[in-house]
Design a protein around this ligand. Structure first.
Ligand code: NAP
Ligand code: F7E
Length: 337
């Protein structure tokens, strides 16, 4: 009988990790997720898996660890011997990275070397996915059709700089040791599981609270920034597709369309029958010392090589998130989807 493939996911409690765990379990994988010890529960996004006795401890396993703890990572990879490793763990908030630059470097940058080293010494046959980001580009001199894998990087935050270190570490380990390592350069992707401090979910949560009389005002920073926003559920599929290729490489994953934060506001509030101008106020605390003004990605290489293409439109994504938050607020539910 053919054995199930084993996947190891760092960041399994995050937006992407949780969607990826769903996706891989559906495909028949055994999934091992790295979880940080926390004084309160942080498993909202994976409770539906964790609390399912048919899956938990049969094909889904949580293991304590941290990207700053190399010996723990090495021990886990040695025990699990995964076929695929998805390095999604990170201090992923760009604004917060200006407050915690050193910590962000430790986790989002050096953490990648720690898990790459653990892989090299104990699971060299595994395939490795590195969660790289459109923040690498920095938003300047964007080509008309969007950034491709060939465009230069110019990160504009400690988060972006840390991801740059990880991107090049992943590439270097691929070239130096012949390992199967791919970078997915993913542009912003959102969903009903997006953290509530990122702008899209902050808006859709506020729409639901304002609509039901639970909140009056939404405080935001720069409304002019433009982002290429896609659907996280589709983006985790691209991660998996990259690891199924014979040859590792780096790929942009994006929709090829860009919208401003203001346009997101118009769509989300408008969908709920509200006028955003009556509710949104400016708060300079949400500005960044250096902003990424404009992001647009060109994912034609991913389409050409493995047939990946964005399916969900901007409108569909915004409406899905508003619908979810309306349901959540009206049913008094606390956690994420
Ligand atoms: P997220 O929701 O913020 O999740 C981050 C995950 O990393 C959480 O599970 C978190 O655990 C974990 N983590 C944080 N510090 C850690 C540490 N020291 N050791 C181990 N795990 C740690 O992020 P996401 O949106 O799912 O993004 C997934 C990855 O893709 C991240 O690397 C992010 O930087 C990158 N990325 C995201 C986007 C996007 O638009 N979403 C685009 C490009 C790249 P806790 O739950 O314990 O905090
Ligand atoms: O900001 C502006 C803000 O924090 C988007 C991460 O997943 O995607 C994400 O990083 C834009 C920025 O995402 C608020 O200034 C205005 O221009 O939702 P965000 P991000 O910075 O693009 C990339 C690809 C990643 O890799 C990251 O991990 O919205 N904005 N007012 C605001 N942003 C926030 N968070 N909060 C505001 O109140």
């Amino acid at each position: 009988m053919k054995k199930n493939k084993k996947a190891f996911i760092t960041g399994v409690t995050g937006q992407d990790g949780s969607w990826l765990a769903d996706f891989l379990l559906e495909k028949g994988y055994e999934v091992y997720g790295l979880i940080r010890r926390s004084s309160s529960f942080n498993t909202d996004r994976i409770n539906h898996i964790y609390q399912n006795p048919e899956i938990n401890n049969k094909r889904f396993f949580l293991r304590y660890g941290d990207l700053t703890d190399s010996s723990g990572l090495a021990k886990l990879l040695h025990q699990i011997r995964p076929d695929e490793i998805y390095n999604l763990g990170a201090m992923s908030h760009v604004r917060v990275s200006f407050d915690l630059p050193e910590y962000t470097g430790e986790v989002t940058g050096v953490g990648t070397i720690k898990i790459l080293e653990a892989m090299r010494t104990s699971s060299a046959k595994a395939r490795f996915y590195q969660a790289s980001s459109s923040e690498l580009y920095g938003g300047m001199d964007c080509p008309k059709k969007g950034y491709t894998e060939k465009d230069p990087f110019y990160p504009r935050s400690p988060y972006g700089v840390s991801k740059l270190y990880s991107f090049w570490s992943a590439k270097n380990y691929r070239e130096a040791y012949g390992l199967h390592i791919s970078n997915g350069i993913l542009f912003n992707h959102e969903s009903e599981r997006r953290g509530e401090t990122f702008v899209t979910r902050k808006i859709t949560t506020a729409v639901a609270r304002i609509k039901t009389g639970r909140q009056k005002t939404l405080y935001l920073g720069n409304l002019d920034a433009k982002r290429d926003w896609g659907d996280a559920k589709e983006y985790v599929r691209a991660m998996w597709m990259m690891l199924q290729l014979k040859k590792p490489d780096d790929y942009v994953i994006a929709t090829g369309k860009t919208y401003s934060v203001r346009q997101f506001l118009e769509e989300a509030f408008g969908y709920a029958g509200l006028d955003w101008k009556k509710h949104v106020k400016f708060d300079p605390r949400y500005l960044r010392p250096t902003e990424v003004d404009y992001l647009l990605g060109d994912a034609s290489k991913a389409y050409r090589v493995f047939g990946w293409k964005n399916q969900t439109s901007f409108k569909e994504l915004v409406h899905r998130m508003v619908d979810h938050d309306m349901d959540r607020v009206t049913s008094g539910e606390k956690g994420d989807a």
